[in-house]
Design a protein around this ligand. Structure first.
Ligand SMILES: *[C@@H]1O[C@H](CO)[C@@H](O)[C@H](O)[C@H]1NC(C)=O
Ligand SMILES: *[C@@H]1O[C@H](CO)[C@@H](O)[C@H](O)[C@H]1NC(C)=O
Ligand SMILES: *[C@@H]1O[C@H](CO)[C@@H](O)[C@H](O)[C@H]1NC(C)=O
Ligand SMILES: *[C@@H]1O[C@H](CO)[C@@H](O)[C@H](O)[C@H]1NC(C)=O
Ligand SMILES: *[C@@H]1O[C@H](CO)[C@@H](O)[C@H](O)[C@H]1NC(C)=O
Ligand SMILES: *[C@@H]1O[C@H](CO)[C@@H](O)[C@H](O)[C@H]1NC(C)=O
Length: 441
């Protein structure tokens, strides 16, 4: 009777975990609550028929970057504006400029779309902070490459107009995941000049904030987590069908069996066939238990045959990161964790070594790996109840599918039955419920 109720309790808690987890995978990210891409129009000066604006696209996402083929920003003009010229970017269409007889504008489109220049742009078209092919680094990883600038000369307005906010801003970065708020008039940007002895102020500043939603991007999961330990030979594989199923799923029929050489290696979406069908797998191996430290091996594997991941990053949430830790082959930093129950560490490749996660070939998967040495907190460290496994793992900002706690490798002598203790499940349930509350407050 007692065991029946406790099993039912466990089941209930498990259900709670599943519900809260699935609600979380799609919306607001509690690990980066303020993340956004801010687009700023600073009116630097007025002209006879319009103004010159500096447009800044700033990526404030801590671990979500804008990758190839880069950002594309668009809007609708409020009046009959045209773009006379741009530096540091270009409008992809000129549009109908037939009413301009003497001087031809750069773009007459009512809804211009602007892209960044490539790194090989001519010196006269360049501007500081341009010309990276629209790639923006993540804010926590490389703030100095997390923004783009360009300057537009806007005209065809009535004389002495102070300009009108562009309407309906869109950001493709890349793919449809971003939605932007209205462009609103805010306090003008102030910058310091003359070595900080004078402050200068632009005429007007308009801002819009764009946020990412994996629901809008309608992405299937891209990665999953597998686990192993030194104390148990069991390897907990990625949950099967984490990113699709091999047979039943229509979307995942194209995969390559191991040992078969794909004819077209450049075909973007070809992955090696697996039970999880994820393009990426992250493996967490608890390697050693010393007196004052413990050691983990973290490996990221790429199952794509046609896709590399330049400037990849991996986020790991684990209470063990409250103590000092060192990653040997990756660059790393700790992220702020206000109101989040376990510490969050962010890892990325080292320059000139492993910043690029290579594609798989017929012989092996693409992979990057590091060992991490963590100091023990005597009060919390334990190998029991799955404490040593990560709570959350993200790859490039996308949540990776974790195995369920009842499949974690167990300490051999930990419990007479193979059922994990409900304490641990309770812990996780409390944790996710907590996350749910911060998420929706
Ligand atoms: C966008 O991010 C910046 C930096 O984190 C933050 O200061 C700002 O409040 C955010 N904007 C919105 C609308 O959340
Ligand atoms: C281009 O603009 C001119 C003047 O505004 C207009 O008369 C003409 O019909 C337009 N052409 C097309 C193809 O839209
Ligand atoms: C703007 O210019 C027009 C003439 O072009 C003038 O009549 C009007 O008073 C000016 N408005 C302002 C606010 O200066
Ligand atoms: C901008 O979007 C709003 C709402 O989506 C729509 O009502 C409006 O017509 C759009 N404006 C333009 C200029 O397309
Ligand atoms: C990358 O760094 C590791 C040690 O951190 C070193 O063993 C390896 O040779 C390096 N690889 C390259 C290509 O520099
Ligand atoms: C670590 O990352 C920072 C920021 O991207 C970079 O400046 C630094 O060179 C990196 N260190 C190594 C060893 O790659």
């Amino acid at each position: 009777m007692v065991s029946y109720t406790s099993a039912a309790q466990c089941y209930l808690l498990m259900l709670l975990i599943l519900i809260s987890e699935s609600r979380f995978s799609d919306c607001y990210d509690p690990l980066d609550p303020y993340g956004n891409i801010t687009v700023t129009f600073d009116i630097l000066k007025y002209t006879l028929d319009g103004y010159v604006a500096r447009v800044t696209i700033q990526n404030y996402y801590l671990y979500r970057h804008v990758e190839k083929p880069g950002w594309k920003i668009g809007w609708k003009w409020a009046k009959n504006e045209v773009i006379w010229s741009i530096s540091g970017a270009l409008a992809i269409q000129q549009g109908n400029c037939s009413s301009f007889k003497y001087q031809v504008p750069h773009s007459c489109k009512r809804d211009p779309v602007i892209v960044d220049l490539m790194p090989d742009a001519m010196p006269q078209d360049r501007l500081d902070g341009c010309c990276r092919g629209g790639i923006l680094a993540a804010w926590a990883i490389n703030p100095s490459r997390s923004y783009s600038f360009f300057e537009v000369r806007v005209g065809n307005l009535e004389q002495n107009s102070t300009g009108y906010e562009p309407q309906n801003l869109t950001l493709v970065a890349p793919g449809p995941g971003y939605s932007c708020g209205p462009v609103t008039d805010t306090i003008p940007t102030v910058s310091s000049v003359s070595g900080g002895r004078r402050e200068e102020q632009v005429f007007r500043t308009w801002k819009s904030t764009c946020t990412y939603s994996s629901y809008l991007a309608s992405k299937t999961p891209v990665c999953c987590v597998s686990l192993s330990t030194f104390y148990n030979p069991t390897i907990t594989q990625c949950p099967s069908c984490s990113c699709g199923c091999r047979v039943a799923d229509q979307h995942a029929t194209s995969c390559i069996r191991e040992g078969v050489i794909p004819s077209n290696l450049q075909d973007a979406d070809l992955v090696q066939c697996t039970d999880h069908m994820c393009p990426l797998r992250i493996h967490w191996h608890v390697k050693k238990n010393y007196i004052s430290h413990w050691r983990v091996k973290l490996t990221v594997s790429n199952y794509n045959f046609g896709r590399n991941y330049p400037d990849w990053n991996v986020l790991v949430q684990h209470p063990g990161f409250s103590q000092t830790s060192a990653a040997f082959s990756f660059n790393s930093t700790m992220l702020p964790t206000i109101g989040v129950p376990a510490e969050v560490a962010l890892f990325w490749g080292k320059a000139f070594n492993n910043t690029q996660l290579l594609q798989a070939d017929q012989h092996q998967l693409g992979s990057v790996t590091t060992e991490i040495l963590l100091q023990k907190d005597r009060n919390s460290f334990t190998l029991r109840n799955g404490w040593a496994f990560p709570r959350t793992i993200y790859f490039n900002g996308e949540n990776c599918q974790m195995p369920l706690p009842d499949t974690f490798p167990m300490l051999p002598n930990s419990s007479p039955s193979q059922i994990p203790s409900c304490h641990f499940l309770l812990l996780i349930a409390v944790y996710f419920t907590y996350r749910m509350f911060i998420g929706f407050s």
